[in-house]
Ligand binder design. Structure first.
Ligand SMILES: [Fe+2]
Length: 272
């Protein structure tokens, strides 16, 4: 079995007191083989916030795949925001994988969906490029046989019903089509600060198969949306995926009700 911890939206700079220590202890207890961080390490992209976030990631002493979120650009320094938006982020996560992480029985590929500026749409919803869709398709063409295949992005590809104020990331469909073509099992995302999962309606309609879209809440920030701080644990075994949210209550994270999925010819389906 391959166990992965999926953390998101840590937001160093706007932390819930005690949550970072509790998260470190919970990840040590869960003992995953790797950690995925799906964006928004910081609140305002300040150097001090990045330094603290980087120290936390190092303290986990595990293989990590991390991608940036829309909060990981310099917020106040406009020259940095538009001139070199990812310089601070990349300095902080030096040595951490962002494109791809190969684990026993699983391949994870990361994409940056955050953009500093968008002329025709609200940039905070994020965007993908056709080049990114092609890169992802090419990366998964090399998947080891039978390996679980997961994409990591910050912005959601299909926001759930209760968060309709969020729009899907721009060009989500091109990416989803690349994912369907390569039989990707799941997408790990954040941004909404809510825990949840949904099957891609577009993939089901257009390709008759399923891609599971998994959301992790904010693990450590005080910017919650009527849910506790939480992260996800994914257990990938032969033909089955178990998704367990771990929520913060009374100073420590504890596992909640797991959701189980069976892997078949046409992707994942909910276990009976
Ligand atoms: Fe966030």
């Amino acid at each position: 079995m391959t166990r992965i911890a999926h953390i998101s939206d840590l937001h160093f700079g706007a932390l819930e007191p005690g949550a970072v220590g509790a998260l470190g202890r919970a990840i040590a207890d869960a003992a995953p083989v790797a950690v995925v961080a799906s964006g928004d390490l910081t609140m305002r992209g300040r150097p001090r916030e990045f330094a603290e976030a980087a120290a936390f990631l190092r303290s986990l002493a595990l293989p990590i795949l991390a991608i940036p979120g829309n909060h990981d650009m310099a917020y106040w320094n406009l020259a940095a925001r538009f001139g070199a938006p990812w310089r601070r982020y990349l300095g902080a996560v030096e040595g951490v994988a962002s494109d791809e992480l190969l684990l026993p029985g699983a391949q994870l590929v990361g994409v940056n969906t955050s953009r500093p500026l968008g002329p025709h749409w609200n940039w905070s919803h994020g965007a993908l490029s056709l080049a990114q869709a092609r890169r992802v398709e090419a990366a998964f063409a090399e998947s080891p046989p039978g390996a679980w295949r997961g994409l990591v992005a910050h912005h959601p590809f299909q926001p759930p019903q209760e968060t309709r104020q969020f729009r899907p990331v721009r060009r989500a469909r091109s990416m989803l089509e690349a994912l369907a073509k390569r039989s990707i099992d799941f997408v790990l995302a954040g941004h909404l600060h809510r825990t949840g999962w949904v099957f891609s309606a577009h993939i089901e309609r257009a390709f008759g198969r399923s891609v599971l879209l998994i959301q992790a809440s904010t693990a450590t920030s005080s910017r919650r949306r009527d849910q506790p701080n939480a992260f996800n644990v994914l257990d990938l075994s032969d033909g089955a995926l178990t998704l367990t949210p771990w929520a913060l209550r009374d100073g420590s994270f504890a596992p909640g009700e797991p959701a189980r999925f069976i892997r078949g010819e046409r992707g994942l389906r909910t276990a009976p």
